[in-house]
Structure formats: C-alpha cells, structure tokens
Design a protein around this ligand. Structure first.
Ligand code: SAH
Ligand code: SF4
Length: 394
C-alpha cells in the first residue's frame, strides 16, 4: 500500500461537501479551488463515481482522489415501484438503521422526498417515524446521497424504457417520451426526521441542491418541512431561504401540545411570528401549512374556524393530509366528506387548500408511512420479506 493511502473510513466523503468546503479540500490537496466546480459536475450532474472516468482532471489529481476520497451512497436494501410510478428506496445507514426516500412522478414535475434522520426525537402522536424514537442524525453525505442515487437510478430506468420503446416502435412520439421521462425537478425534506434538528447537514445538502455546478434547483423547488423549530426557522431564513412547509396540525396550543410535543417549547404564537419573519426572505410569498386530518381530533368546523384565526396574519396555503394509519396508532383518518367540508371552510376564507392524494399506497410510500426501521434488525428482515411479497403481487 502506498504510504499516503488512507484507510476507507478516513476517506473524505465527497457527497457531503458543498462548493466552499470542496474548494478548501482541493487546496489542501494542492489543487486550485476551481477544481471543485469541475469535480462537482462529474459527481452530482453526471453521477460518476469512478475517478478514472473524470477525464478532464489531471491524472495526478485523480490518483490523489482515488487514495483520499470516496463517492459512496448507503446500500439499497429495497427498491420498489408502485403501479402509479411512485418509487421507494429503503437505505441501510448502518447499525440496524434504515431510512427511506420516495420519488413521486407527476405530469409537470418529479418530486423526491428525502430523509434527514434515522427516527425522530419530536415524537408526534400520529407519526410512525416518531414512534420509533431517535437513532441518529444523517450526515450531509447521506442526505445528498439520496438525491444522487435517485437521479442516477431514474436516469438508468429512463434509458431502459427508451431502449425498449425504440425496439418496439422506431418512430416513437417524442412528446410522449418526454412526458414519460422521470426526472427529479423538486426536492422536499419530508421523509423521516426533523430537518431543522439536523441543521448543519441539512444546510450543506440545501446548498448542493441549489448549486449550479451540482443539482441547480431553484429555491422555489426545494422545500423544508418542519414541525416548528422556531430558532432554526430564523437561521434558515438567514443562511439559505428555500420554500418552507410547517406542520401545524392543530389550531390551539393545548391540542398541538399533545399532537406535536415540540409545541410545548415553541408555542403557536411564536411559530406564527417566525413564519412571518421567514416570509421576508422566502422565495415564495406564502408558507405551506400541513395539517394531518385525524378523525374526531382536529377536524371539526370549530377547528377550521380556530385555524383561520390562528393563521390570520400569515400568508399561507394549506395542504390537508389524510392520516395514514399504522398499527397501534389508536387514531383514524377523517372521513372524506369531513375532509372536504374542512377544506371548504378554508377555501371560503380565501386560502388555497389542497388535499394530498395518497400515492404509492401499494408500497407504503405515503406520508408518515416512511417508517424505515430503526435499530431493530428483526423488524427490518420482516419488512424486507413483506416488501418482497408485495413485489410479487404487482
Ligand atoms: N419532521 C418534519 C418533516 C417530516 S414529516 C415535519 O414534521 O414536518 C412530513 C409530513 O408528514 C409532516 O407534515 C407530518 O406531519 C406528516 N405525517 C407524519 N405522520 C403522518 C401520518 N401518519 N399520516 C399523515 N401525515 C403524516
Ligand atoms: Fe418527527 Fe415530523 Fe414525524 Fe413529528 S411528524 S415525529 S417531527 S418526522
């Protein structure tokens, strides 16, 4: 072994470095800082993991990279596509912990939902991630690796589809081909974990998502969803304002204290004030409020009225999420009719309101079902078996 070779664990994980950090690293390796931009394009835009293939980098530099750096995504434990095109990956983040990410194709966009923690410490009453407890924060490279991996896999799948189409019909309709192409145009931090309780890693990931030499997404196409970590909402506003979704779920403190325990620390009045401050710098002129619809808990007309009063001073849209049940939650989804009536109240008050469609039902890919598995290998195995079973059924 070369004397300057470092062992695998000491290698610099390139997926976790934003442009500034990579520039510093390049200088440390005796390179000009602008090499970072070249390297980023190879890694993030072309999805290349083999340093030898990076032909416009000097051979010496490639050798240093091979010895000192790595481009590695967590191992994929399962990869499933639903009948509606939704795709879900289960990723092994070590020590028996797994996290999930989901890609949701729509006519005009492709949204990737990423995880930021294995488990979550907020422990919302209605959330299966929360019920598993908190294992650990994901590192920046583990968050970015989700986008990196999804982009590569989707491109491979697009190529395969294209080839099979070409072999079937020579003159395929080009427009149809584009409509079928599955591309990540939007990223939402709505998978497992509370992104603003893993701030540093989330920030690095956001910077790479926005960087023109990496994923080049606009701020409006990247959304952080938070249960309301007020001081970190202010930090994000300063450091990297992207679209913000706030998980509200209740119109008053007593109920929200029960549903989202973090509310005891940062009550609604403070949260609403932070939302107003955020809007001064946000790329969109509204906050998206998410509201999970729980039968008999937060879904009455009186709750809707109280909600209107609560958000009175915050320009916003509402996204009503029908509760996705999980075993032993002790909660039920509101009936469709109730959800419609609740939405109607908000719409009548002039608030744009959508009801989230459940996607990927057949592969448990919906919100709050991104359970992953945390520190429990037995359940992980059971789940894999179940996933395999599902695979056979469609
Ligand atoms: N921790 C962040 C982001 C991850 S949760 C947050 O709470 O905002 C993403 C969204 O899924 C949140 O709005 C959350 O409230 C919602 N959610 C969690 N469990 C759910 C369930 N069982 N059914 C429906 N929505 C759920
Ligand atoms: Fe954590 Fe969000 Fe789940 Fe609450 S809803 S426990 S904040 S992941």
């Amino acid at each position: 072994m070369n004397a300057s070779t470092v062992n695998e664990a000491q290698k610099v994980r390139l997926l976790g470095l934003d442009r500034e950090a990579l520039g510093r690293q390049c200088v440390e390796w005796g390179q000009k800082p602008f090499r970072a931009r070249q390297l980023m394009r190879w890694v993030h835009q072309r999805g290349v993991a083999d340093f030898d293939a990076m032909t416009d980098l000097a051979q010496d530099f490639r050798r240093v990279l091979a010895e000192r750096a790595c481009i590695e995504a967590p191992a994929v434990l399962a990869d499933h596509e639903s009948a509606d095109g939704t795709r879900k990956w289960l990723l092994d983040v070590g020590a028996g912990n797994a996290v999930e990410m989901v890609f949701i194709p729509e006519a005009d966009r492709g949204t990737l939902c990423v995880s930021t923690q294995a488990g979550c410490a907020v422990n919302c009453l209605f959330c299966s991630t929360g019920k598993q407890g908190f294992a650990r924060n994901l590192r920046a490279d583990e968050i970015v690796a989700q986008v990196w991996h999804a982009k590569r896999s989707l491109e491979q799948a697009n190529d395969a589809r294209q080839q099979s189409r070409d072999s079937r019909q020579q003159n395929a309709d080009a427009r149809q081909q584009n409509a079928d192409a599955r591309v990540v145009t939007n990223v939402v931090f709505m998978g497992m974990g509370e992104p603003l309780q893993n701030y540093a890693a989330t920030l690095t990931a956001l910077r790479l998502l926005l960087d023109d030499h990496a994923y080049g997404l606009s701020r409006r196409r990247v959304t952080v969803s938070t249960s309301g970590v007020v001081p970190m909402i202010d930090r994000l506003r300063e450091d990297c304002p992207v679209a913000l979704a706030v998980s509200l779920h209740a119109p008053g403190d007593p109920l929200r204290d029960r549903l989202v325990p973090l509310n005891r620390k940062h009550p609604l009045a403070e949260l609403m004030a932070a939302c107003r401050r955020y809007l001064e710098r946000a790329p969109r002129d509204f906050i998206t409020f998410e509201y999970v619809m729980l039968d008999g808990v937060n879904d009455s007309d009186a709750h809707a009225e109280a909600l209107l009063a609560c958000v009175r001073d915050v320009p916003c849209k509402f996204n009503l999420i029908p509760f996705n049940p999980f075993p032993n939650s002790g909660l039920r989804r509101s009936p469709d009719q109730r959800i419609r009536a609740f939405a109607r109240r908000l719409v009548d008050a002039g608030i744009v309101t959508t009801v989230r469609r459940t996607r990927g039902d057949d592969i448990d890919a919906a919100c709050g079902q991104l359970a992953g598995e945390v520190q429990d290998r037995t359940r992980l195995r059971e789940r894999e078996q179940r996933v395999r079973f599902l695979e056979k059924t469609h």
